[in-house]
Design a protein around this ligand. Structure first.
Ligand code: ARG
Length: 421
């Protein structure tokens, strides 16, 4: 028996037309019927294409209509996602925690922005989403909706209804909602787009076990990757990747191609324990072949063209940028402030980096840039070149170490004196 839902909120009388962020999966399909029942509201279903591999959008739209949506649309937002969300993340070398390139976190503010625009266009007063109460995605979506249109109401049915997975399936059967794969609930909670894929739940929650092979639906297991390594050359123009192996292409295509090459070589597998914004620690398994390639190349090139001071300074800003994105604070002015710095630092990130891919590893092996702060004749052990005076080094060492030497001397004398003045 499906559990009874808690009292709906917001007040059903205040809800006339609902823009539902619809993925076609079990939760949002059950939601499509549940909202019609609980709120007696019309539903407009919106599905956003951010480059999820193997999604059949005609099927998704058909399903929404069949379940009673007044209108169902798919927006192909891959270009906007790549240009306005993934590209700034590349310029910021954005990684949260110990290796998460933020693909979900980058997608949510765009999905929410499209929901707001579409709600306005179709006369909806409310946005509904399928996030649970335990995740970051609810924060990201609701933060964006509230920032862009504070008048819009939000419904998050999964947070309200007290249905277990089995009860949801029973509800689906009762209401004629097709359940993919029979009664079997999918083993993991999946989210993906062109920048990566995440799996959570099921036995992934057991921290003492390695993820099963069946988790990896995107990246080849490194053990099964080709025995031959492959070189891939990534070219950048002011921080933006523009060509692969000498072939110029648009960003979406480049990211999709990089993912394709990377997945073959087993690169971009991350087994991650994550500090969620809502306080929980959660384990995620990420497959991020495109990010593994593009970020490795970008970091390498940037390090070559930036000064030691820029390189050291930027890392702290990158962490801050990644945190804001992770936390759903895309619309905080600090993010735009940081972007201004990232843009400026990336003005000279032009050139190319060759990476070697081999059974799960990505290693930069060659790089070149007209902005490289590198002069072979200065760096070479073989030459005593004109521009670098080795005679000056002893004086440099003397001054550079002055305070360190003095501190050691002063403090060791204090120790001799018994520690009292
Ligand atoms: N832990 C990641 C994050 O918070 C991935 C979340 C994936 N979302 C999902 N609905 N399965 O960004």
């Amino acid at each position: 028996m499906p559990a009874q839902a808690d009292t709906p909120s917001p007040d059903p009388d205040a809800v006339g037309r609902v823009l539902l962020l619809y993925s076609g999966g079990l939760d949002t399909s059950v939601m499509l019927r549940w909202i019609q029942e609980q709120y007696e509201a019309e539903i407009v279903a919106l599905t956003v294409n951010l480059g999820q591999p193997d999604e059949d959008y005609d099927v998704v739209v058909g399903k929404a209509r069949q379940l009673g949506a007044t209108d169902a649309v798919v927006v192909d937002a891959r270009e906007e996602f790549a240009r306005d969300y993934v590209l700034p993340a590349i310029k910021a070398n954005a990684i949260y925690g110990n290796g998460y390139p933020l693909f979900t976190a980058l997608g949510r503010p765009l999905i929410a922005k499209l929901a707001v625009e579409h709600a306005r266009r179709t006369g909806c007063d409310t946005v509904a989403h399928g996030c649970t109460g335990k995740g970051n995605d609810q924060v990201r979506i609701e933060a964006t909706v509230a920032a862009l249109d504070p008048e819009l109401k939000v419904i998050a049915p999964v947070r309200q209804w007290s249905m277990s997975r089995d009860e949801e399936i029973a509800y689906a059967r009762e209401h004629g909602i097709p359940v993919k794969g029979g009664t079997e609930a999918p083993p993991y909670s999946i989210d993906d787009n062109l920048w990566g894929r995440s799996s959570e739940g099921g036995e992934i929650e057991d921290l003492s076990e390695a993820p099963r092979d069946q988790v990896f639906q995107l990246v080849t297991r490194p053990e099964e990757a080709p025995d031959e390594s492959q070189l891939v050359r990534v070219e950048f123009d002011r921080g933006c990747p523009v060509a692969l192996d000498g072939e110029l292409m648009g960003l979406v295509e480049l990211l999709e191609r990089a993912a394709e090459i990377g997945r073959r070589h087993g690169v971009g597998i991350v087994d991650h324990i994550e500090d969620r914004i809502v306080g929980l620690k959660i384990r995620d398994v990420y497959e991020v072949p495109a990010a593994a390639i593009v970020l490795a190349a970008h970091r390498e090139l940037e390090a070559l063209v930036s000064t030691i001071h820029q390189n050291n300074f930027k890392r702290a800003l990158e962490d801050k940028w990644a945190y804001l994105c992770y936390a759903g604070l895309w619309h905080d002015p600090l993010r735009t402030d940081l972007d201004a710095y990232m843009e400026s630092a990336n003005e000279v990130v032009t050139g190319e980096v060759t990476l070697k891919l081999y059974k799960g590893s990505v290693t930069p092996v060659a790089r070149s840039s007209r902005y490289a702060l590198y002069d072979r004749s200065l760096a070479s052990f073989g030459e005593s070149g004109a521009g670098f005076s080795q005679d000056a080094s002893p004086g440099f060492i003397e001054l550079f170490t002055l305070q360190t030497r003095m501190a050691r001397r002063v403090r060791s004398h204090q120790g001799d004196g018994g520690g009292t003045e």
